[in-house]
Design a protein around this ligand. Structure first.
Ligand SMILES: C[S@@+](CC[C@H](N)C(=O)[O-])C[C@H]1O[C@@H](n2cnc3c(N)ncnc32)[C@H](O)[C@@H]1O
Length: 476
């Protein structure tokens, strides 16, 4: 097909190093081109690809070079304004490999350049085959295999670790394969290597290395090392080893979130809170379901406490939190009769920590239920509690975490209106309507230290009554 040649402003073209196969511009070659240009020599058009703007606020089209970096440099050096170019659409072709193929036409890549290009291409897309990379850079498949051996081993290990975590949490194998984008065969190969994967950390733990040391040495997450270190121990001993003081009464106050479990996340709950729910209301090996999992505190704590855990959230983080499967409880869709993640298994315990009404709606994103009106938020929960009932068995317990909502940040206590608030008793009404019976209300207050002294002083002056109470309602 005939390709259109257009004149493009030199200033609109960039040399994107991520798709440039050579280590450096060859200045001798540029110099020869400069002289050719001055002598009136006509060059073949360079090849470019439309690319995203390096400065997103500037609305303008940019092009990156696929072929012709030396010509482009020579044009600039001789004071030209435009250069003839072909704008390529590559469809599925890898731009770096395309650029490498063009580059070896006039001048072979050096050994270092082919190695760098192969590794760069593989890092961008680990699904590329050695034979395809080899064709682009002019090397055999075997040579490319050698270039990539260590990268492939690291990917295999990283994948193995992810897979191990998902397997430990009791996620069924077909879902693990889907989530990690691998075939059942690859999954089987990894599972067979699990005993080998455990050997190193196990022996280091036996030698007395600390949990962070073992985690760092073997690339495991700390909760995964805990799951190994605490294997076979009873819940009570696990609490002791984790240095979580066990609360005997129904007041679970924790000064801070235990940073070892879960990620920094808006609305993160302390792992100690989850651990207490697990301690009192579940047994080891049971299945916990966390439908709005956020930073993954629940899954991490389940690893340490020897429970299985399925987690869902609308925020998808496949690289760092593959165990949290993406799912959006969309108020406009029908999920009321669909088994949870299409599975026949039913949870023993549901830990439900939804976004509190109207709080953090800016942080979770537009589709979050925290942005709903008061009426729709309550309607959503009514429907959601019914759904949780449907996916439960007779003995399933629901731990619902929430707090009273009042417009306390703006309103003096004396002026607060019942119609504006959602109190814990309102949640109870809709839980009851959905068939859930309350067995416990546990106080798990939030730390008041999160308020800065300026805010506190202003609240006191205006006679605003703050809310730090938070409750865990246990229902059957
Ligand atoms: C309070 S946070 C959970 C925090 C979590 N327990 C932790 O400690 O990290 C609530 C989560 O609900 C998720 N969420 C909100 N609306 C949702 C929806 N409609 N579907 C799925 N997830 C939703 C948010 O992305 C957020 O991560």
């Amino acid at each position: 097909m005939e390709e259109t040649i257009v004149d493009i402003q030199l200033a609109d073209i960039i040399l994107d190093e991520s798709i440039y196969p050579r280590d450096n511009i060859d200045h001798k070659r540029v110099h020869v081109f400069e002289e050719n240009l001055r002598d009136g020599f006509t060059f073949d058009p360079i090849q470019v690809q439309v690319c995203s703007n390096p400065e997103p606020s500037i609305k303008k089209i940019w092009y990156r070079i696929l072929d012709g970096a030396h010509r482009w440099t020579a044009f600039k050096k001789t004071g030209q304004i435009v250069i003839p170019a072909i704008v390529k659409t590559l469809n599925d072709a890898d731009p770096l490999l395309y650029a490498a193929k063009q580059a070896i036409g006039p001048k072979q890549l050096t050994e270092t350049e082919t190695r760098h290009t192969a590794r760069k291409a593989f890092k961008n897309n680990s699904r590329l085959r050695s034979s395809d990379i080899g064709k682009a850079i002019g090397r055999s498949r075997q040579t490319v295999d050698l270039y990539l051996a260590d990268l492939r081993a690291a990917i295999f290990l990283a994948l193995g670790l992810k897979l191990f975590r998902l397997d430990k949490l009791g996620i069924p194998q077909d879902r693990i394969a889907k989530r990690l984008g691998i075939s059942k065969r690859t999954l089987g190969r990894h599972l067979a290597k699990m005993p080998e994967l455990i050997k190193g950390p196990k022996s280091d733990l036996a030698k007395g290395f600390t949990i962070p040391q073992v985690a760092k040495k073997h690339g495991w997450s700390e909760p995964m090392v805990w799951s190994q270190a605490l294997k076979g121990k009873c819940d009570h001993k696990r609490f002791k080893d984790l240095q979580w003081g066990l609360r005997t009464w129904d007041l679970w106050n924790f000064m801070d979130c235990d940073k070892r479990f879960g990620d920094e996340w808006p609305g993160r709950i302390p792992a100690q809170l989850v651990a207490h729910i697990l301690y009192f209301f579940s047994k080891q090996g049971e299945l916990v379901f966390d439908p709005m999992a956020g930073g993954g505190v629940c899954a991490d704590t389940c690893l340490a406490m020897g429970r299985r855990c399925w987690s869902l959230d609308m925020n998808d983080r496949p690289d760092t939190r593959p165990e949290i499967e993406p799912y959006h409880w969309d108020i406009k869709s029908k999920w009321d009769d669909v088994p949870v993640v299409y599975s026949k298994d039913k949870p023993d315990l549901i830990i439900c920590d939804p976004p509190y009404f109207d709080k953090k709606d800016g942080e979770y994103g537009k589709r979050s239920i925290s942005g709903l009106s008061r009426e729709n938020y309550l309607k959503f929960l009514e429907r959601f509690f019914l759904y949780l009932k449907k996916i439960s068995k007779k003995k399933t317990r629901l731990a619902f975490i929430n707090s009273d909502w009042q417009d306390f940040q703006n309103c003096p206590a004396i002026k607060e209106e019942a119609s504006q608030a959602i109190l814990i008793v309102d949640y109870h009404k809709i839980l009851k309507k959905a068939g859930w019976s309350l067995t416990h209300v546990i106080q798990a207050p939030m730390s008041s230290e999160r308020f800065n002294p300026g805010v506190v002083a202003a609240m006191q002056k205006k006679k605003i009554l703050g809310v730090v109470s938070r409750y865990v309602m246990i229902l059957r």
